[in-house]
Design a binder for this molecule. Structure first.
Ligand code: ADP
Ligand code: 5GP
Length: 207
């Protein structure tokens, strides 16, 4: 059995990461979302353990001290982290895991787990980004301005990622990520056991 894939999806706020990832998860039953821990307050429709585990700053610090995170970062005055144990358990069971995290955290994951698949999601233009964040209606005017000005800075991380997925329509972005997954599963370095088995069998039979 192959290990599961660790998919890391990042992109500027408003690019459509959550929308695309939710659709992807519906279509990929073998893939599980890693639910992050955050110190930010729940938004209206968010339930504990569904989109996030909501914790106090002290509780978060305690988890950092216990080395419970694969990565963590401070984003817009709040902390976010990926619980390590869940991710590695799932991968060892051959299940794919999806992390939807920002770039500082993604870089930490890349250093600790270079076999991960790193995908950067963008809207077709930065003007689309602006309209999408406003349409979502989740931000105060101050946090909107901060997210807009950060978006350009975040593009400087583009070259750290393996794949660039333009979220023109949700359907096409999901199809592109599904194609990436199929290609990644076929990579020679992910099929070392099968490769060896074929070569051994060939050597026994025809050498
Ligand atoms: P992110 O998670 O990257 O911050 P969201 O998934 O919350 O972004 O999407 C931001 C807004 O853009 C939401 O209102 C969402 O419905 C909308 N959106 C997402 N993808 C598309 C798309 N392909 N075309 C138009 N609007 C989109
Ligand atoms: P939001 O508050 O809008 O849900 O998320 C803000 C940002 O934090 C998004 O870019 C999101 O991808 C990122 N994020 C969510 N969970 C994590 C995490 O566990 N680690 C890191 N580094 N970023 C995260």
């Amino acid at each position: 059995m192959q290990d599961g894939l660790l998919l890391v999806v990042s992109g500027p706020s408003g690019a459509g990461k959550s929308t695309v990832c939710s659709r992807l998860l519906l279509e990929m039953p073998r893939m599980n979302l890693s639910v992050s821990v955050t110190t930010r307050c729940p938004r209206s429709a968010e339930k504990e353990g569904d989109s996030y585990f909501f914790r106090t700053h002290d509780q978060f610090e305690e988890m950092v001290e216990k080395d419970a995170f694969l990565e963590y970062a401070r984003v817009y005055d709040n902390c976010y982290g990926t619980p390590k144990e869940y991710v590695f358990d799932q991968i060892a069971q051959g299940k794919d895991v999806l992390l939807e995290i920002e770039m500082q955290g993604a870089l930490q994951v890349k250093r600790r787990f270079p076999q991960g698949v790193f995908i950067f999601v963008v809207p077709p233009t930065l003007s689309d980004l602006k309209h999408r964040i406003i349409k979502r209606g989740s931000e105060t005017p101050e946090s909107l301005m901060r997210r807009f000005s950060n978006a350009y800075h975040e593009l400087s991380y583009l070259d750290e990622y393996h794949y660039l997925v333009v979220n023109d329509s949700v359907e096409s972005a999901v199809e592109k990520i599904k194609a990436i997954i199929v290609a990644e599963r076929c990579r020679m370095d992910r099929n070392a056991k099968l490769r060896k088995k074929l070569l051994d069998e060939g050597a026994d039979t025809w050498a």
